[in-house]
Write a protein that binds this ligand. Structure first.
Ligand SMILES: Nc1ncnc2c1ncn2[C@@H]1O[C@H](COP(=O)(O)OP(=O)(O)OP(=O)(O)O)[C@@H](O)[C@H]1O
Ligand SMILES: [Mg+2]
Length: 472
Protein backbone atom coordinates (compact mmCIF):
# COMPACT_ATOMS: atom_id res chain seq x y z
CA UNK A 1 0.00 0.00 0.00
CA UNK A 2 1.34 3.41 -0.88
CA UNK A 3 0.36 6.03 1.64
CA UNK A 4 0.49 9.51 0.21
CA UNK A 5 0.95 12.29 2.65
CA UNK A 6 -0.30 15.70 1.63
CA UNK A 7 1.29 18.89 2.79
CA UNK A 8 0.30 22.44 1.81
CA UNK A 9 3.14 22.61 -0.67
CA UNK A 10 3.41 19.24 -2.29
CA UNK A 11 2.31 15.66 -2.38
CA UNK A 12 5.07 13.21 -1.51
CA UNK A 13 5.29 9.52 -0.98
CA UNK A 14 6.97 9.44 2.40
CA UNK A 15 6.26 6.00 3.60
CA UNK A 16 5.37 2.79 1.90
CA UNK A 17 4.15 -0.18 3.90
CA UNK A 18 5.13 -3.58 2.64
CA UNK A 19 1.96 -4.75 0.94
CA UNK A 20 0.05 -7.55 2.64
CA UNK A 21 2.26 -7.42 5.75
CA UNK A 22 1.20 -6.96 9.38
CA UNK A 23 2.66 -3.44 9.09
CA UNK A 24 -0.13 -2.62 6.66
CA UNK A 25 -2.76 -4.15 8.96
CA UNK A 26 -1.37 -2.22 11.90
CA UNK A 27 -1.54 1.17 10.20
CA UNK A 28 -5.10 0.50 9.04
CA UNK A 29 -6.21 -0.69 12.51
CA UNK A 30 -9.08 1.35 14.00
CA UNK A 31 -8.85 0.05 17.59
CA UNK A 32 -7.65 2.32 20.36
CA UNK A 33 -5.08 0.10 22.05
CA UNK A 34 -2.71 -1.94 19.92
CA UNK A 35 0.40 -4.04 20.51
CA UNK A 36 2.49 -4.60 17.41
CA UNK A 37 5.30 -7.07 16.97
CA UNK A 38 6.29 -9.85 19.29
CA UNK A 39 9.49 -10.68 17.40
CA UNK A 40 12.73 -9.03 16.34
CA UNK A 41 13.00 -7.34 12.98
CA UNK A 42 9.31 -7.43 12.11
CA UNK A 43 9.28 -3.79 11.10
CA UNK A 44 7.95 -2.50 14.40
CA UNK A 45 9.82 0.77 14.67
CA UNK A 46 9.33 1.70 11.04
CA UNK A 47 5.70 0.67 11.31
CA UNK A 48 5.08 3.00 14.25
CA UNK A 49 6.64 5.96 12.46
CA UNK A 50 4.41 5.16 9.49
CA UNK A 51 1.38 4.97 11.76
CA UNK A 52 2.14 8.42 13.13
CA UNK A 53 2.57 9.80 9.59
CA UNK A 54 -0.85 8.48 8.73
CA UNK A 55 -2.36 9.94 11.91
CA UNK A 56 -0.89 13.41 11.42
CA UNK A 57 -1.93 13.34 7.78
CA UNK A 58 -5.54 12.65 8.73
CA UNK A 59 -5.87 15.08 11.63
CA UNK A 60 -3.37 17.84 10.88
CA UNK A 61 -3.00 20.47 13.58
CA UNK A 62 -5.20 18.44 15.92
CA UNK A 63 -2.75 15.52 15.88
CA UNK A 64 -0.60 15.63 19.00
CA UNK A 65 1.71 12.70 19.51
CA UNK A 66 4.35 11.49 21.92
CA UNK A 67 6.79 8.68 21.28
CA UNK A 68 8.45 7.00 24.27
CA UNK A 69 11.47 4.81 24.69
CA UNK A 70 12.92 3.73 28.00
CA UNK A 71 16.41 5.17 27.56
CA UNK A 72 18.09 7.95 25.65
CA UNK A 73 20.29 5.62 23.53
CA UNK A 74 17.25 3.66 22.42
CA UNK A 75 15.43 6.83 21.45
CA UNK A 76 18.42 7.85 19.35
CA UNK A 77 17.95 4.74 17.20
CA UNK A 78 14.35 5.70 16.55
CA UNK A 79 15.43 9.22 15.71
CA UNK A 80 17.79 7.85 13.07
CA UNK A 81 14.82 6.26 11.30
CA UNK A 82 12.65 9.33 11.80
CA UNK A 83 15.34 11.54 10.25
CA UNK A 84 15.11 9.43 7.11
CA UNK A 85 11.35 9.60 6.74
CA UNK A 86 9.82 12.67 8.37
CA UNK A 87 11.75 15.38 6.45
CA UNK A 88 10.25 13.95 3.26
CA UNK A 89 6.91 15.46 4.26
CA UNK A 90 8.53 18.72 5.30
CA UNK A 91 8.70 17.95 9.03
CA UNK A 92 11.37 19.73 11.05
CA UNK A 93 12.93 18.51 14.29
CA UNK A 94 13.60 21.15 16.92
CA UNK A 95 16.30 19.73 19.15
CA UNK A 96 15.63 21.95 22.15
CA UNK A 97 11.96 21.02 22.20
CA UNK A 98 12.75 17.39 21.29
CA UNK A 99 9.75 17.59 18.98
CA UNK A 100 8.96 17.07 15.29
CA UNK A 101 6.86 19.85 13.78
CA UNK A 102 4.87 19.05 10.65
CA UNK A 103 3.81 21.58 8.01
CA UNK A 104 0.11 20.91 8.73
CA UNK A 105 0.55 21.90 12.41
CA UNK A 106 0.82 18.36 13.81
CA UNK A 107 3.56 17.68 16.33
CA UNK A 108 5.27 14.62 17.73
CA UNK A 109 7.33 14.73 20.91
CA UNK A 110 10.22 12.29 21.24
CA UNK A 111 10.70 11.37 24.87
CA UNK A 112 12.32 8.94 27.27
CA UNK A 113 10.55 7.58 30.33
CA UNK A 114 13.28 6.03 32.43
CA UNK A 115 11.78 6.13 35.89
CA UNK A 116 8.17 5.40 36.81
CA UNK A 117 7.75 8.72 38.55
CA UNK A 118 8.68 10.60 35.33
CA UNK A 119 5.15 9.77 34.14
CA UNK A 120 3.64 12.23 36.63
CA UNK A 121 5.28 15.09 34.69
CA UNK A 122 2.72 14.48 31.94
CA UNK A 123 -0.31 14.97 34.16
CA UNK A 124 -2.78 17.29 32.45
CA UNK A 125 -1.20 16.87 28.99
CA UNK A 126 -3.40 15.98 26.05
CA UNK A 127 -2.33 13.64 23.23
CA UNK A 128 -4.17 11.98 20.37
CA UNK A 129 -1.44 9.41 19.67
CA UNK A 130 0.90 7.81 22.21
CA UNK A 131 3.48 5.18 21.37
CA UNK A 132 5.60 3.12 23.76
CA UNK A 133 8.38 1.34 21.88
CA UNK A 134 9.52 -1.95 23.42
CA UNK A 135 6.83 -2.00 26.09
CA UNK A 136 8.41 -4.98 27.89
CA UNK A 137 11.27 -2.67 28.92
CA UNK A 138 8.93 -1.16 31.53
CA UNK A 139 8.75 -3.39 34.62
CA UNK A 140 5.20 -2.38 35.46
CA UNK A 141 2.23 -0.87 33.61
CA UNK A 142 1.97 1.96 36.14
CA UNK A 143 3.76 4.73 34.20
CA UNK A 144 2.18 3.52 30.97
CA UNK A 145 -1.30 3.81 32.44
CA UNK A 146 -0.54 7.27 33.79
CA UNK A 147 0.30 8.32 30.25
CA UNK A 148 -2.75 6.60 28.80
CA UNK A 149 -4.83 8.95 30.93
CA UNK A 150 -3.46 11.78 28.73
CA UNK A 151 -5.10 10.28 25.65
CA UNK A 152 -7.86 12.73 24.78
CA UNK A 153 -8.75 15.37 22.25
CA UNK A 154 -10.68 18.57 22.72
CA UNK A 155 -11.10 18.61 18.92
CA UNK A 156 -12.81 15.21 18.82
CA UNK A 157 -9.95 13.43 17.04
CA UNK A 158 -9.91 9.65 17.61
CA UNK A 159 -7.13 8.77 20.04
CA UNK A 160 -4.73 5.88 19.78
CA UNK A 161 -2.39 4.05 22.10
CA UNK A 162 0.29 2.12 20.23
CA UNK A 163 3.01 -0.14 21.59
CA UNK A 164 5.63 -2.48 20.23
CA UNK A 165 7.30 -5.28 22.17
CA UNK A 166 9.35 -8.42 21.99
CA UNK A 167 8.94 -11.26 24.49
CA UNK A 168 11.46 -11.41 27.30
CA UNK A 169 12.00 -8.00 28.87
CA UNK A 170 11.39 -7.18 32.52
CA UNK A 171 7.78 -6.38 31.63
CA UNK A 172 7.22 -9.65 29.74
CA UNK A 173 4.56 -10.96 32.07
CA UNK A 174 2.31 -7.95 32.34
CA UNK A 175 2.49 -7.20 28.61
CA UNK A 176 1.64 -10.82 27.81
CA UNK A 177 -1.25 -10.81 30.28
CA UNK A 178 -2.60 -7.56 28.87
CA UNK A 179 -2.32 -8.14 25.11
CA UNK A 180 -1.41 -11.69 24.22
CA UNK A 181 -3.33 -13.99 26.59
CA UNK A 182 -6.89 -12.62 26.43
CA UNK A 183 -7.53 -13.25 22.72
CA UNK A 184 -5.87 -14.84 19.67
CA UNK A 185 -3.70 -12.53 17.55
CA UNK A 186 -5.55 -10.16 15.20
CA UNK A 187 -8.79 -10.62 17.13
CA UNK A 188 -9.80 -7.48 19.04
CA UNK A 189 -11.20 -7.83 22.55
CA UNK A 190 -12.74 -5.49 25.07
CA UNK A 191 -11.08 -4.91 28.44
CA UNK A 192 -13.91 -3.85 30.77
CA UNK A 193 -11.50 -2.83 33.54
CA UNK A 194 -9.82 -0.18 31.41
CA UNK A 195 -12.82 0.33 29.15
CA UNK A 196 -10.81 -0.09 25.97
CA UNK A 197 -10.70 -2.34 22.90
CA UNK A 198 -7.33 -3.99 22.44
CA UNK A 199 -5.67 -5.98 19.72
CA UNK A 200 -2.37 -7.78 19.29
CA UNK A 201 -0.94 -7.75 15.75
CA UNK A 202 2.11 -10.03 15.52
CA UNK A 203 4.95 -9.49 13.06
CA UNK A 204 8.08 -11.57 12.66
CA UNK A 205 11.23 -11.30 10.59
CA UNK A 206 9.47 -13.27 7.85
CA UNK A 207 7.00 -10.39 7.53
CA UNK A 208 9.79 -7.98 6.68
CA UNK A 209 11.44 -9.16 3.46
CA UNK A 210 13.11 -5.77 3.02
CA UNK A 211 15.24 -6.30 6.10
CA UNK A 212 16.55 -9.71 5.08
CA UNK A 213 17.34 -8.28 1.65
CA UNK A 214 18.97 -5.01 2.78
CA UNK A 215 20.73 -6.26 5.90
CA UNK A 216 21.60 -9.96 5.57
CA UNK A 217 23.65 -9.85 8.81
CA UNK A 218 20.77 -8.60 10.95
CA UNK A 219 19.94 -11.98 12.46
CA UNK A 220 23.60 -12.77 13.20
CA UNK A 221 23.78 -9.59 15.28
CA UNK A 222 20.59 -10.54 17.13
CA UNK A 223 22.06 -14.00 17.85
CA UNK A 224 25.20 -12.43 19.24
CA UNK A 225 23.17 -10.21 21.55
CA UNK A 226 21.39 -12.92 23.57
CA UNK A 227 24.49 -14.41 25.19
CA UNK A 228 23.59 -17.98 24.31
CA UNK A 229 20.02 -17.79 25.63
CA UNK A 230 18.44 -20.13 23.07
CA UNK A 231 14.98 -19.83 24.53
CA UNK A 232 15.00 -16.06 24.18
CA UNK A 233 16.36 -16.32 20.65
CA UNK A 234 13.56 -18.67 19.64
CA UNK A 235 11.02 -16.31 21.19
CA UNK A 236 12.47 -13.39 19.25
CA UNK A 237 12.48 -15.35 16.00
CA UNK A 238 8.95 -16.70 16.15
CA UNK A 239 7.24 -14.32 18.54
CA UNK A 240 6.71 -17.02 21.19
CA UNK A 241 5.47 -15.46 24.44
CA UNK A 242 5.35 -18.74 26.35
CA UNK A 243 8.86 -18.46 27.68
CA UNK A 244 9.93 -18.06 31.27
CA UNK A 245 10.86 -14.46 31.26
CA UNK A 246 10.05 -11.07 32.60
CA UNK A 247 9.76 -10.48 36.32
CA UNK A 248 10.82 -12.96 38.97
CA UNK A 249 7.37 -13.17 40.55
CA UNK A 250 4.77 -11.34 38.52
CA UNK A 251 3.38 -14.50 36.93
CA UNK A 252 2.58 -15.85 40.41
CA UNK A 253 1.77 -12.80 42.49
CA UNK A 254 -1.95 -12.05 42.65
CA UNK A 255 -2.99 -8.98 44.53
CA UNK A 256 -6.45 -10.45 45.24
CA UNK A 257 -4.92 -13.62 46.74
CA UNK A 258 -1.72 -12.60 48.46
CA UNK A 259 -2.61 -9.25 49.98
CA UNK A 260 -4.90 -9.65 52.95
CA UNK A 261 -6.53 -7.58 55.65
CA UNK A 262 -4.46 -7.68 58.88
CA UNK A 263 -5.68 -9.73 61.82
CA UNK A 264 -4.53 -10.17 65.41
CA UNK A 265 -1.79 -12.82 65.43
CA UNK A 266 -2.72 -15.87 67.56
CA UNK A 267 -0.35 -16.14 70.52
CA UNK A 268 0.63 -19.70 69.59
CA UNK A 269 2.13 -18.60 66.23
CA UNK A 270 5.88 -17.98 65.89
CA UNK A 271 6.76 -14.35 65.25
CA UNK A 272 10.14 -12.90 64.29
CA UNK A 273 11.72 -10.18 62.21
CA UNK A 274 14.27 -10.07 59.40
CA UNK A 275 16.53 -7.26 58.26
CA UNK A 276 18.20 -6.17 55.05
CA UNK A 277 20.67 -3.46 55.95
CA UNK A 278 21.08 -0.28 53.93
CA UNK A 279 22.21 3.28 54.50
CA UNK A 280 22.38 5.16 51.19
CA UNK A 281 20.16 2.38 49.83
CA UNK A 282 17.01 1.61 51.83
CA UNK A 283 16.95 -0.87 54.71
CA UNK A 284 14.02 -3.16 55.23
CA UNK A 285 12.84 -4.60 58.53
CA UNK A 286 10.04 -7.14 58.10
CA UNK A 287 8.03 -8.82 60.82
CA UNK A 288 6.69 -12.31 60.13
CA UNK A 289 4.13 -14.63 61.69
CA UNK A 290 4.25 -18.33 60.95
CA UNK A 291 1.02 -20.29 61.34
CA UNK A 292 1.12 -23.38 63.54
CA UNK A 293 -2.01 -24.69 61.84
CA UNK A 294 -4.50 -23.25 64.34
CA UNK A 295 -7.42 -21.27 62.98
CA UNK A 296 -6.71 -17.60 62.21
CA UNK A 297 -9.05 -14.83 63.42
CA UNK A 298 -10.31 -14.41 59.85
CA UNK A 299 -11.83 -17.90 60.10
CA UNK A 300 -9.32 -19.59 57.79
CA UNK A 301 -7.12 -22.50 58.86
CA UNK A 302 -3.85 -22.09 57.00
CA UNK A 303 -1.45 -25.04 56.70
CA UNK A 304 1.24 -25.10 59.37
CA UNK A 305 4.24 -23.08 58.17
CA UNK A 306 2.20 -20.54 56.20
CA UNK A 307 4.00 -17.21 56.40
CA UNK A 308 2.46 -13.80 56.93
CA UNK A 309 4.30 -10.51 56.42
CA UNK A 310 2.56 -8.63 59.21
CA UNK A 311 4.49 -5.39 59.56
CA UNK A 312 7.39 -3.57 57.93
CA UNK A 313 9.71 -0.63 58.41
CA UNK A 314 11.27 0.57 55.19
CA UNK A 315 14.14 3.01 55.63
CA UNK A 316 14.00 5.20 52.56
CA UNK A 317 14.02 8.93 51.87
CA UNK A 318 10.78 8.86 49.91
CA UNK A 319 12.47 8.20 46.58
CA UNK A 320 12.64 4.67 45.17
CA UNK A 321 15.83 2.86 46.11
CA UNK A 322 17.28 5.73 48.12
CA UNK A 323 18.01 5.19 51.81
CA UNK A 324 17.45 7.48 54.80
CA UNK A 325 20.95 6.94 56.24
CA UNK A 326 19.87 6.15 59.80
CA UNK A 327 22.58 4.90 62.14
CA UNK A 328 22.52 1.39 63.58
CA UNK A 329 21.41 2.47 67.06
CA UNK A 330 18.66 4.65 65.57
CA UNK A 331 17.31 1.68 63.62
CA UNK A 332 17.46 -0.51 66.73
CA UNK A 333 15.55 2.09 68.77
CA UNK A 334 12.98 2.37 65.97
CA UNK A 335 12.50 -1.38 65.98
CA UNK A 336 11.99 -1.52 69.76
CA UNK A 337 9.50 1.33 69.55
CA UNK A 338 7.52 -0.41 66.81
CA UNK A 339 7.44 -3.66 68.73
CA UNK A 340 5.62 -1.93 71.55
CA UNK A 341 2.66 -0.78 69.55
CA UNK A 342 -0.03 -1.75 67.05
CA UNK A 343 -0.19 -5.26 65.74
CA UNK A 344 3.14 -6.24 67.35
CA UNK A 345 2.12 -5.21 70.88
CA UNK A 346 2.19 -8.09 73.38
CA UNK A 347 3.62 -10.59 70.88
CA UNK A 348 6.80 -12.53 71.63
CA UNK A 349 9.09 -11.39 68.86
CA UNK A 350 12.09 -13.60 68.14
CA UNK A 351 15.35 -12.59 66.51
CA UNK A 352 15.25 -13.47 62.83
CA UNK A 353 17.80 -13.40 60.03
CA UNK A 354 19.76 -10.39 58.87
CA UNK A 355 22.20 -9.67 56.09
CA UNK A 356 25.62 -10.98 57.25
CA UNK A 357 27.38 -7.74 56.40
CA UNK A 358 26.04 -6.20 59.61
CA UNK A 359 28.58 -8.37 61.47
CA UNK A 360 31.49 -6.70 59.68
CA UNK A 361 33.31 -4.53 62.21
CA UNK A 362 33.92 -0.88 61.55
CA UNK A 363 37.75 -0.78 61.28
CA UNK A 364 38.03 2.43 63.32
CA UNK A 365 35.68 1.84 66.22
CA UNK A 366 35.86 -1.98 65.83
CA UNK A 367 32.20 -2.44 66.52
CA UNK A 368 29.75 -3.90 64.06
CA UNK A 369 26.22 -2.80 63.23
CA UNK A 370 25.02 -6.07 64.76
CA UNK A 371 26.89 -5.33 68.03
CA UNK A 372 25.51 -1.83 68.16
CA UNK A 373 21.96 -3.02 67.66
CA UNK A 374 22.38 -5.80 70.22
CA UNK A 375 23.41 -3.20 72.79
CA UNK A 376 19.97 -1.67 72.27
CA UNK A 377 18.24 -5.02 72.72
CA UNK A 378 17.82 -6.00 69.08
CA UNK A 379 19.53 -9.27 68.12
CA UNK A 380 19.81 -11.08 64.80
CA UNK A 381 20.84 -14.42 63.39
CA UNK A 382 22.95 -14.69 60.26
CA UNK A 383 21.08 -15.04 56.99
CA UNK A 384 21.93 -17.87 54.65
CA UNK A 385 24.46 -16.36 52.26
CA UNK A 386 25.92 -19.59 50.86
CA UNK A 387 26.67 -19.65 47.13
CA UNK A 388 23.44 -20.28 45.28
CA UNK A 389 21.34 -19.09 48.23
CA UNK A 390 19.95 -16.14 46.28
CA UNK A 391 18.56 -18.28 43.50
CA UNK A 392 17.25 -20.87 45.96
CA UNK A 393 15.60 -18.08 47.90
CA UNK A 394 13.75 -16.71 44.87
CA UNK A 395 12.72 -20.22 43.96
CA UNK A 396 11.33 -20.74 47.46
CA UNK A 397 9.49 -17.44 47.33
CA UNK A 398 7.88 -18.56 44.07
CA UNK A 399 6.76 -21.81 45.68
CA UNK A 400 5.28 -20.05 48.70
CA UNK A 401 3.36 -17.67 46.44
CA UNK A 402 2.12 -20.52 44.28
CA UNK A 403 0.94 -22.58 47.25
CA UNK A 404 -1.43 -19.74 48.18
CA UNK A 405 -3.22 -20.05 44.82
CA UNK A 406 -5.05 -23.20 45.94
CA UNK A 407 -8.03 -22.95 48.21
CA UNK A 408 -8.19 -24.80 50.51
CA UNK A 409 -4.42 -24.75 50.59
CA UNK A 410 -2.46 -27.97 50.79
CA UNK A 411 0.97 -26.56 51.52
CA UNK A 412 2.31 -23.52 53.37
CA UNK A 413 1.98 -20.33 51.39
CA UNK A 414 2.79 -16.66 51.80
CA UNK A 415 0.46 -13.74 52.50
CA UNK A 416 1.14 -10.06 52.94
CA UNK A 417 -0.83 -7.81 55.28
CA UNK A 418 -2.02 -4.80 53.35
CA UNK A 419 -0.10 -2.42 55.63
CA UNK A 420 3.21 -3.67 54.17
CA UNK A 421 3.09 -1.13 51.40
CA UNK A 422 6.76 -1.22 50.41
CA UNK A 423 6.75 -4.98 50.12
CA UNK A 424 3.72 -4.65 47.87
CA UNK A 425 5.35 -1.87 45.87
CA UNK A 426 8.72 -3.52 45.31
CA UNK A 427 8.57 -7.32 45.54
CA UNK A 428 5.94 -8.32 42.96
CA UNK A 429 7.80 -6.38 40.25
CA UNK A 430 11.33 -7.61 40.99
CA UNK A 431 12.99 -7.95 37.57
CA UNK A 432 15.07 -10.92 36.50
CA UNK A 433 18.71 -10.25 35.83
CA UNK A 434 19.71 -10.05 32.18
CA UNK A 435 22.87 -12.01 33.03
CA UNK A 436 21.22 -14.80 35.01
CA UNK A 437 17.52 -15.23 34.52
CA UNK A 438 17.15 -17.27 37.73
CA UNK A 439 18.35 -14.35 39.78
CA UNK A 440 16.97 -10.90 40.43
CA UNK A 441 18.64 -7.86 38.91
CA UNK A 442 21.09 -6.60 41.59
CA UNK A 443 20.33 -3.00 40.69
CA UNK A 444 16.63 -3.34 41.39
CA UNK A 445 14.93 -2.24 44.59
CA UNK A 446 15.27 -5.67 46.15
CA UNK A 447 15.53 -4.90 49.89
CA UNK A 448 12.11 -6.22 50.97
CA UNK A 449 12.68 -9.12 48.59
CA UNK A 450 16.03 -9.96 50.20
CA UNK A 451 14.56 -9.71 53.68
CA UNK A 452 11.81 -12.13 52.57
CA UNK A 453 14.37 -14.56 51.17
CA UNK A 454 16.22 -14.55 54.51
CA UNK A 455 13.03 -15.50 56.32
CA UNK A 456 11.96 -18.22 53.91
CA UNK A 457 15.36 -19.95 54.15
CA UNK A 458 14.30 -21.34 57.53
CA UNK A 459 10.56 -21.64 56.97
CA UNK A 460 8.76 -24.94 56.46
CA UNK A 461 9.11 -25.42 52.70
CA UNK A 462 6.24 -26.28 50.37
CA UNK A 463 6.68 -29.66 48.66
CA UNK A 464 9.43 -29.86 46.09
CA UNK A 465 11.24 -26.92 47.60
CA UNK A 466 14.91 -26.77 48.40
CA UNK A 467 16.26 -28.16 51.67
CA UNK A 468 15.65 -25.94 54.64
CA UNK A 469 18.81 -23.93 55.23
CA UNK A 470 19.37 -23.36 58.94
CA UNK A 471 20.87 -19.94 59.56
CA UNK A 472 24.05 -20.20 61.59
N1 LIG B 1 7.92 0.13 5.47
C1 LIG B 1 9.24 -0.01 5.32
N2 LIG B 1 9.88 0.58 4.31
C2 LIG B 1 11.20 0.43 4.14
N3 LIG B 1 11.99 -0.32 4.94
C3 LIG B 1 11.39 -0.93 5.98
C4 LIG B 1 10.00 -0.82 6.22
N4 LIG B 1 9.70 -1.53 7.33
C5 LIG B 1 10.87 -2.07 7.74
N5 LIG B 1 11.88 -1.72 6.93
C6 LIG B 1 13.30 -2.15 7.02
O1 LIG B 1 13.42 -3.17 7.97
C7 LIG B 1 14.36 -2.80 8.97
C8 LIG B 1 13.88 -3.31 10.31
O2 LIG B 1 12.67 -2.64 10.62
P1 LIG B 1 12.41 -2.13 12.07
O3 LIG B 1 13.66 -1.58 12.63
O4 LIG B 1 11.21 -1.30 12.04
O5 LIG B 1 12.11 -3.53 12.77
P2 LIG B 1 11.93 -3.82 14.31
O6 LIG B 1 10.89 -4.85 14.44
O7 LIG B 1 11.74 -2.54 15.01
O8 LIG B 1 13.35 -4.43 14.65
P3 LIG B 1 14.03 -4.59 16.10
O9 LIG B 1 13.38 -5.77 16.73
O10 LIG B 1 15.48 -4.85 15.75
O11 LIG B 1 13.81 -3.32 16.84
C9 LIG B 1 14.50 -1.31 8.88
O12 LIG B 1 15.77 -0.89 9.23
C10 LIG B 1 14.20 -1.04 7.43
O13 LIG B 1 15.39 -1.21 6.70
MG1 LIG C 1 12.73 -1.61 16.59
Amino acid sequence: MVRTVSTPIREIVAFETQAGTPQEAMIACPFEDLLFGGARGGGKTYGMLGDWLSHQDLYGANAKGVFFRKTYDELEQVQEFAQKIFPLVGAVYRTQKRTWFFPNGAMLKMRILERDEDATKYQGHEYTWICFEELTNWPSPKPVDKLRACLRSGAGVPCFFRATANPGGVGHNWVKARYVDPSPPMRPFFDPEQNVTRIYIPATLDDNPLLTKNDPNYWKRVEASVGGDKELLRAWRYGDWDIVAGGMLDDLFRREIHIIVPFQIPYSWYVDRTFDWGSSAPFSVNWWAESDGTIAPNGITYPRGTMFAIQEWYGWNGKPNEGCKLLAHEIADGIVEREHQGILLNLTINDGAADTQIWDSDPIISISIADEMLERGVGWIKADKKPGSRKQGWQRLRRFLKAAHKFPMEEPGLFIFNNCTHWIRTVPVLPRSDKDRDDVDFKSEDHSGDSTRYRLSYAIPPAGSYETGVPG
